[in-house]
Design a protein around this ligand. Structure first.
Ligand code: MN
Length: 254
């Protein structure tokens, strides 16, 4: 078993080291992570410049491969030339904060896992629901338990799982629910300020609160003290809308 572990908070993030430690003994582990915090970079690849990789030294990051790019860059480079052998599993995280509902669109944590999935490798993204790394040990034990259980069964096709772990000391004892993504309200307004030259600058505001958070959603599971596990797919096609647009926009050759 070869396991590739990445994240989006950067190679020095405590959540990455915790996940790596938690997975010790499950297989041969390679770590590749961004040099800087790259949260919110989604699936972006760096195409305008080459990427550099260095190997980190000093505990706890000794041996980690570090890329001056995005989470997707890290996994992409690992799978297309850096690693000698293809991993059997890609893990991402543990992220500093929730990745639920619409977050999954922007998340670099989910994107790193998705990059593996796009290459046909099973992948799991892990996030703690609260920022600040409280009870990170419990989250790491939870992640290991999820990985062990996933590895103990056969799965017909590669999969992409998005796991959100409540930031609690008893996280690894909580029930686990298989969920669908909820939805958030629109983001908070942008914060406008002036720079020292009096010119306007804009800070993107925080994500909105949960809007669609009913039974069965990731938000609902976490609000009810459960670990949320959402199986994701990449196909963004709005299948139910195909008939409508066929009627209103399609045209036969004239
Ligand atoms: Mn992050």
């Amino acid at each position: 078993m070869r396991i590739l572990i990445a994240n989006d908070d950067g190679y020095l993030a405590p959540g990455l080291a915790a996940l790596v430690r938690a997975c010790e003994g499950l297989g041969e582990i390679e770590v590749i992570a961004p040099e800087q915090n790259a949260s919110g970079t989604s699936n972006s690849l760096t195409l305008s410049r080459p990427l550099s990789v260095f190997t980190a030294s000093g505990e706890p990051v000794k041996g980690y491969r570090v890329v001056n790019g995005t989470p997707s860059d890290c996994v992409h480079v690992a799978l297309t030339g850096l690693l000698e052998r293809k991993p059997d599993l890609v893990l991402s995280g543990i992220n500093n904060g929730a990745n639920m509902g619409d977050d999954t669109i922007y998340s670099g944590t989910v994107a790193a896992a998705m990059e593996g999935f796009l290459f046909g490798i099973p992948a799991i993204a892990f996030s703690q629901t609260e920022k600040g790394w409280a009870h990170l040990d419990a989250a790491a034990r939870t992640a290991r338990s999820v990985v062990e259980q996933v590895l103990s069964a056969q799965h017909a096709a590669p999969f992409l799982l998005n796991v959100n772990i409540p930031s609690r000391a008893d996280a690894d004892a909580l029930p686990r629910r298989i969920t669908r993504l909820g939805r958030r309200h629109a983001s908070e307004p942008v914060i406008r300020q002036n720079n020292p030259r009096g010119e306007p600058i804009y800070w993107i505001g925080p994500a909105g609160d949960a809007r669609e958070a009913g039974e069965g959603t990731d938000f609902h599971a976490v609000a009810n003290a459960c670990v949320s596990i959402t199986p994701l797919q990449v196909d963004l096609t709005h299948h139910a809308a195909l008939a409508h647009w066929n009627q209103h926009l399609a045209r036969s050759a004239s």
